[in-house]
Design a protein around this ligand. Sequence first.
Ligand SMILES: [Zn+2]
Length: 169
Amino acid sequence: MKKILQIGNNVLRKTAQEVAISDIKSTETQEIIKEMSRILSKEEDGVAIAAPQIGYSKRIFVVADKIFEGEEGSPEKIFINPKITNLSKEKTLVDEGCLSVRWKYGRVRRSSKVTIKAYNKEGKKFQRGASGLLAQIFQHETDHLDGVLFVDKADDLKEYIPKDIKNEK
Ligand SMILES: [Zn+2]
């Protein structure tokens, strides 16, 4: 299984390529999405993952199911060629970490509300709004697609290595 790339890897710093609409339903794209979802589900603290994090320089990110708990209907969790079309002027300082920057955490100023447009895995275009954690995730993940990591923007970076991982060293 693919590993999550860590800061220092060039793929994380590239501007990811758009997926051609005609390629969304291709086996290749569908397999990448499956792989992303599989890897994300294994990360206990993971809330989302972008394709470059597993080595594909493509504009796709996947948000974990747990983020949508309590949301009615069947919210889209796969975002292909996402574009944030609206960022609130109001910003909040939020704690942030990243599966590609183990085990650092910092505070980042993010818009409290955003609107995003994307394609789902069936190639259908959709739009939604988000606030709070989901708005933060959308900003963090679209940054990944532009080669930006949260540490570029964060203040007050700290390292917290989980105990069980420390013991493995
Ligand atoms: Zn990240």
